[in-house]
Ligand binder design. Structure first.
Ligand SMILES: [Zn+2]
Length: 284
């Protein structure tokens, strides 16, 4: 019988723990894309004075087969530059939250990034003695090759979200593991392409003993976007592809009753169910 540490969630032979990097504030209009404000505004909570929506920065720890995997590193603690409109004053708490659960950066064996926007990989690196270094010094960092190329060669539209200081220590390093398409990281943990938010955006599947958890990356920044397929963020570079990806992955999540882990939808862990034919986000 497995003994669970406090706060950890069992999934077959694995254990999952959602850890938080704090709060990110995003321009609310950008979050809901072409959906008219009169449709979403009555349904979301209060916005701040800069018309921003507070969203979560949930990362996922997976303990499996003696390995500790961290999915996503969120904003991190080098928050000197962020894209216009974003607020990170309450971000950067990931390492403290991990420490509260007795986990140090050296304990992490593997880091996975769904994509390389500043709010998903900012904690990959940190300043140590005034020099940029890997935050998780022993870890292998897994991500899609296409995303790495995009992040290193951004265009005028994508440049603001890709910060070189989140990438540089990984370049030409033995810690970088670039994968293409579906890839198994360890048995039961796979990176799956989920294009739309970015061309090479991916999700992470954890499967054990007939149970599945999906870390859904930026398939949604708000639970309403999980419940309404056509509510797609204007951050997505391929919105119609994002729609097909949402249909496919959220359809699968409902069929398999998969546990969903969302970086931005509070409180991180939930399930999508069909209630009277409508998708409903139910938190755990
Ligand atoms: Zn994001």
């Amino acid at each position: 019988m497995m003994t669970l540490m406090p706060g950890w969630f069992p999934l077959g032979d694995c254990e999952l723990l959602v850890v938080s990097d704090g709060v990110l504030r995003l321009d609310a209009g950008s979050v809901f894309g072409v959906t008219p404000r009169v449709m979403w505004e009555p349904l979301v909570g209060p916005l701040d004075e800069e018309h921003r929506l507070a969203v979560g920065l949930n990362c996922l720890l997976v303990r499996s087969q003696g390995k500790l995997i961290l999915v996503e590193t969120a904003v991190g603690n080098k928050t000197t530059r962020v894209p216009a409109g974003a607020g990170v004053a309450q971000a950067g708490t990931l390492l403290e939250d991990m420490a509260r659960h007795g986990i140090q950066p050296e304990d992490v064996d593997i880091v996975i990034n769904t994509h390389l926007h500043f709010d998903h990989c900012g904690g990959n690196t940190t300043y140590r003695d005034d020099k940029l270094a890997l935050t998780f010094p022993r870890a292998q960092y897994f991500l899609q090759k296409g995303e790495w190329e995009e992040a290193n060669h951004p265009n005028e539209r994508t440049r603001a979200s890709y910060l070189p200081e989140n990438l540089e220590p990984l370049a030409d390093s033995s810690h970088l593991e670039l994968v293409e398409g579906e890839a198994e990281v360890i048995k039961g943990v796979r990176i799956l392409p989920a294009p739309g938010h970015t061309v090479a955006h991916a999700i992470v599947e954890v499967a054990s003993a007939g149970q599945t958890a999906l870390y859904i990356g930026d398939l949604a920044q708000h639970p309403l976007m999980l419940e309404r397929l056509a509510w797609i963020s204007s951050f997505d570079v391929l919105p119609l592809v994002a729609l097909e990806t949402k249909k496919r992955i959220l359809g699968r999540a409902i069929t398999e009753n998969a546990l969903l882990v969302s970086p931005h939808c509070p409180p991180g862990l939930g399930r999508l169910r069909l209630v009277d034919g409508k998708r409903k986000w139910e938190t755990l």
